[in-house]
Write a protein that binds this ligand. Sequence first.
Ligand code: SF4
Ligand SMILES: [Zn+2]
Length: 133
Amino acid sequence: MHDPDAIPEPTFDYIDTSWMDNANCRGHDTNLFFPERGDEVAAAKQVCEPCPVKAECLAYALAIPGTSGIWGGTSGRERRQMKAGKPRQPRRQHGTETGYKQHLRQGEPPCTPCRAANTAATRRRKHNKDQNG
Ligand code: SF4
Ligand SMILES: [Zn+2]
C-alpha cells in the first residue's frame, strides 16, 4: 500500500523565489493579502504599490495557476482577467494560400511567401482548368 505521508509535497523549486526576501509585505498581516470575498483590498494594494519586487511578484503569481489573494498589486480576479484578455495571435500559416487570405482578412499586405503561394495556387487552378476543358 502507498503511505500517503510518504508522497512528497509538490514544490516550486524551479521557480526563483529569491525576490521574496525584498517583499514589502514582509511583516505585514497575511490576512491583508488573502482577503475573504468582499473584503477591502486597497490596504494590501497600498503595500504592493511601492514594493521593489512588485513585477517579480506579479510574474510569479501569473506563472502559477490558481493563485488567490493579492500578489504584485493585483487580485486573483484581476489576474484572471489579465490572462483572459491576453490577445491571442491568430495561427498563421505563412507560405500558403490560407495565409494569404488571413493577411487580407487582417487588412495587411500579404508577406512574400504567402503572395508566392497564392500566385502558385492561382496558376495551378488556371492550369487545371485549361487542361480539363
Ligand atoms: S508586490 Fe505586494 S504581495 Fe508582492 S511582494 Fe510586494 S508587497 Fe508583497
Ligand atoms: Zn504570410
